[in-house]
Design a protein around this ligand. Structure first.
Ligand code: ADP
Ligand code: MG
Length: 329
């Protein structure tokens, strides 16, 4: 369900001959903003509107809430039969499975069968029983998402299995929105997909885009700025969506091996050229924790990360520190 569609369009002029137009709206249940820098105002308008249309299109493809989406068709046919889907959705699932393999199953789009027991739409809830947690985990296994390249069909082998793109969908949408804006002559721009950010080119004053990393304890405070030139910067945090049970907070990122919400970290920011990969890896590192998370990231060329643990200690991947600008607060 779309919560609210609100457009805020701003227009400003940078260096001579450049127009900077931004559009803010709610898509995929999150705040999105699109900033296009083009030569004319009409081009900028077309670029941002095309990007919105692209995200709306992606949402209707990947949403597991929409009963008419191809994703729901896959879920409804779990344990029954394969579902033929578009090449685009097939490929998104194939890439998701690759990240599962890379992360030894800590990232898993079949986590979604657990959403019956952890309902993060409620602010107060009851702790699920051990038996129900155990039962829900038994349906989580990316290896049971069968892909058939011959007819681009997807089969969830076990009844009760379910996939969901909560940890990768916004990154994919941001990436696609950027491509649409680029093809509409937005030579520079930024897409902010509910905190999943991708920037290309430079600001209208020719300086580089900078992305602020929020203080997990105070969302008005920026604790550091990351320069973003042709990069995506994606943060997964435990401070935005959680439920409180008996005075403890449980976040919406689940350890798929245990069935319990991930603990020990407050936020994970991943920086790499592709927003989809950054989105998926931010969630993955959140589950893996500091040590194993850094081990994973340090082994992937071109990907960096910043971790803030629950003791407010910051940890950086190997090649990052020299490139970031720390804020003195
Ligand atoms: P946000 O949506 O706040 O940016 P994330 O990108 O980290 O946060 O995605 C969290 C969402 O991913 C959860 O709400 C859930 O839908 C899904 N998810 C939770 N745990 C996992 C997991 N281990 N693997 C894949 N997806 C997950
Ligand atoms: Mg994510």
């Amino acid at each position: 369900m779309r919560l609210l569609t609100l457009f805020i369009i701003t227009l400003s002029f940078g260096t001579i001959g450049q127009v900077n137009r931004s559009l803010d709206t709610v898509l995929m249940g999150s705040s999105f903003s699109f900033t296009a820098i083009t030569d004319t105002d009409s081009l900028a308008g077309i670029a941002v509107r095309s990007a919105v249309n692209e995200v709306v299109r992606i949402e209707s493809l990947i949403s597991s809430w929409d009963p008419n989406s191809q994703t729901s068709a896959i879920n409804n046919n779990a344990g029954i039969q394969p579902t033929k889907v578009s090449y685009e959705l097939y490929e998104l699932i194939r890439r998701s499975k690759k990240i599962s393999a890379m992360s030894n199953g800590y990232f898993d789009i079949s986590y979604a069968s657990m959403d019956r027991i952890w309902d993060f739409s409620k602010k107060k809830a009851k702790l699920p029983s051990d038996a129900s947690i155990e039962n829900s985990v038994s349906k989580v296994n990316f290896k049971n998402i069968q892909l058939n390249p011959d007819d681009t069909s997807v089969f969830l082998v076990e009844k009760g299995m379910k996939i969901g793109f909560g940890a990768i969908g916004k990154g994919y949408a941001a990436e696609q929105a950027k491509q649409v804006m680029l093809s509409n002559q937005s030579k520079s721009g930024v897409v902010n997909a509910g905190g999943d950010l991708i920037a290309w080119g430079s600001k209208p004053d020719a300086s580089s885009w900078k992305v602020g990393i929020q203080d997990p304890n105070d969302n008005k405070k920026i604790i550091m700025w990351v320069p973003a030139t042709n990069t995506s910067v994606v943060t997964s945090g435990n401070y935005e969506r959680f439920i409180e049970i008996n005075g403890s907070e449980y976040c919406h990122i689940i350890n798929p091996k245990l069935g319990w919400p991930a603990k020990n970290l407050s936020s994970v920011t991943v920086i790499c050229s592709n927003a989809e990969l950054a989105d998926a890896l931010a969630t993955t590192v959140f589950v893996l924790g500091t040590e194993n998370g850094l081990l994973l990231i340090n082994n992937i060329e071109g990907v960096e990360c910043i971790i803030i643990d629950d003791q407010d200690k910051m940890h950086f991947s190997d090649k990052i520190e020299s490139n970031i600008v720390k804020n003195e607060i």
